[in-house]
Design a protein around this ligand. Structure first.
Ligand code: ATP
Length: 233
């Protein structure tokens, strides 16, 4: 579903991403860990076609994202650390607006159902987003992914700053989408969530994916040790 082949991104003499090879299949959640500046967001941004690779390819459903920008964008939903919503519109109005941008229309009942399935409390659906917590805004992002029937989710530190309950709720939503066959690539600093929610984990350092394994292969303690070992070397 998602495939990076020798994917490289340089800025002048500096190489932010060095020959990344990675694949994320349907029903997998691949968590990218790594220190600040390791290249996680660069990877996500290349799949989003926000930036162009210096060499190599990023493919979604076998289509090179830089050659098939429109077709690949149709397949994905993106949730950044701070999802941009219109604060003066309600949750349901935001969802309606963003669905409309993607050429999709839904009835009011459908939109309400999407928000409720995504864990938003009924009382808040018709309240302005300016009153929402960060966790609630992220749930609108999940509702949008559902509404778009996204096959691919690209997430850049989506749970950063969420309290443990909100972070747990977000993980539950990711697992539901995983069970529907969605392929997810998530940059995160949360080792616990990566182990708990991810099917696969990659550790990046200075633009290189230095480790990748299935999350079942390691205990949380071993993951933490491995991560810290790489960060100290
Ligand atoms: N437009 C740019 N010009 C020059 N260097 C850049 C540019 N964008 C990113 N970089 C550099 O590329 C490297 C990788 O950045 P990236 O944002 O991918 O890291 P990250 O792993 O997502 O870090 P964080 O955990 O802080 O979000 C960093 O050293 C960053 O300074």
């Amino acid at each position: 579903m998602l495939e990076a082949t020798d994917l490289t991104k340089s800025y002048g003499n500096f190489t932010a991403l060095k020959g990344l090879n990675l694949s994320v299949k349907e029903g997998e959640i691949f968590c990218l860990l790594g220190a600040n500046g390791a290249g996680k967001s660069t990877t996500i941004n290349l799949f989003l076609n926000f930036i162009a690779p210096s060499s190599g390819t990023a493919k979604i459903q076998s289509m090179d994202v830089s050659k098939h920008a429109q077709d690949t964008r149709q397949l994905l939903s993106y949730i950044p650390e701070n999802l941009k919503l219109y604060p003066n519109l309600t949750g349901i109005e935001n969802l309606d607006f963003f669905c409309g941008l993607g050429g999709r229309t839904h009835t009011k009942d459908q939109l309400e159902d999407l928000l409720i399935q995504s864990g938003l409390q009924r009382d808040f659906i018709h309240q302005r987003v300016s009153k929402y917590s960060k966790g609630m805004r992220q749930k609108v992002g999940i509702a949008l992914a559902r509404a778009r029937d996204a096959r691919v989710l690209l997430l850049d530190e989506p749970t950063s700053g969420l309290d443990p309950k909100a972070s747990n709720e977000f993980s539950e939503l990711l697992l539901e989408l995983k069970n529907k066959g969605v392929a997810t690539l998530m940059a995160t600093h949360d080792l616990f969530r990566a182990k708990d929610t991810g099917t696969h984990i990659g550790i990046m350092k200075e633009g290189t994916l230095i480790e990748q394994f299935e999350s079942d292969e390691v205990s949380f303690q071993d993951l933490e040790k491995l991560y810290l070992k790489h960060m100290h070397n």
